[in-house]
Design a binder for this molecule. Structure first.
Ligand code: SAH
Length: 252
């Protein structure tokens, strides 16, 4: 059986308890070596077969899984953050289905959550934005035209831009073209939750310049939106004394 496991954003103690238990029993672990913290591999059995998928094709990953299956071993397929965000897991799940190999999926803390924690930020501030757009800039991997960064920017919602730290000039241009005012707060979070984490707060207009000054061009998220501002939000209804919820009677 194959267990897809979210490794979390970097800090080794941000792995789930379920993920840790699965790692500890696996006979084969295939990890996304470009971003998974190697400290997590300290949990695996001494006799565990280890593969770094950064150097492998999908076909090679499937071959390693089939080899483990033939030997009666469980495989953990360890993906950075949560597997459901830019994890290329669906193609593996479908291939495993075709091969008749059972699998399950254990979520992890995505880096956009790790980055918000690093910043002490809430994406969904009442009166500011109630939506988070998870997206990326088109690069060597295309993005559907209707999801161009500029088109999404028109919503001026909270945004987490993945896989685009090497193209900050283009990110900035698209965000501005789409309609974020230049003074909209933005942040770059490099290696959120790792010891070498770096936070750069800026505006949409200064994003590329600040990123270059900090030397950030990979393993970073670009966060954009007024949720990063100093205030301007409304307090929640949920905790408002006058508001009645299913759990609490509101009073004057
Ligand atoms: N599944 C992962 C995303 C994989 S795509 C997740 O849920 O987080 C790889 C991209 O994720 C990187 O280019 C970067 O934009 C982002 N990323 C991954 N880990 C990160 C971290 N610790 N800090 C900041 N960005 C990170």
């Amino acid at each position: 059986m194959v267990h897809f496991v979210g490794a979390g954003p970097g800090a080794p103690d941000l792995l789930t308890l379920r993920g840790a238990a699965l790692l500890e029993q696996a006979g084969c672990v295939i990890y996304a070596g470009s971003l998974v913290n190697p400290a997590l591999l300290g949990r695996v059995r001494a006799d565990c077969a280890l593969y770094n998928s950064a150097r492998m094709t999908l076909e090679e990953v499937l071959a390693a899984i089939q080899k483990a299956e033939a030997a009666g071993l469980d495989t953990v397929r360890l993906h950075t953050g949560d597997p459901c965000v830019y994890g290329a897991v669906r193609e593996q799940m479908d291939a495993l289905d075709a091969l008749g190999i059972p699998w399950d999926d254990t979520p992890g803390v995505s880096s956009f959550c790790g980055a918000a924690a690093a910043l002490g930020a809430e994406y969904t501030l009442p009166g500011v934005s109630q939506s988070v757009i998870i997206t990326r800039l088109a690069g060597r991997t295309p993005v559907p035209e209707r999801e161009r960064l500029a088109a999404l920017a028109a919503h001026r919602a909270s945004m987490a831009v993945f896989l685009s730290a090497g193209m900050l000039g283009a990110v900035q241009a698209e965000l501005l073209a789409g309609g974020y005012p230049p003074e909209t707060p933005a942040a770059l979070v490099y290696k959120a939750t790792w010891p070498e984490e770096k936070i750069v707060r800026c505006t949409v207009a200064s994003l590329a310049e600040c990123g270059a000054a900090a030397g950030i061009d990979k393993t970073a998220l670009v966060l954009v939106g007024d949720f990063l501002g100093r205030g301007g939000y409304e307090r929640s209804k949920l905790y408002d004394p006058a508001f009645t919820t299913g759990w609490r009677e509101g009073g004057a």
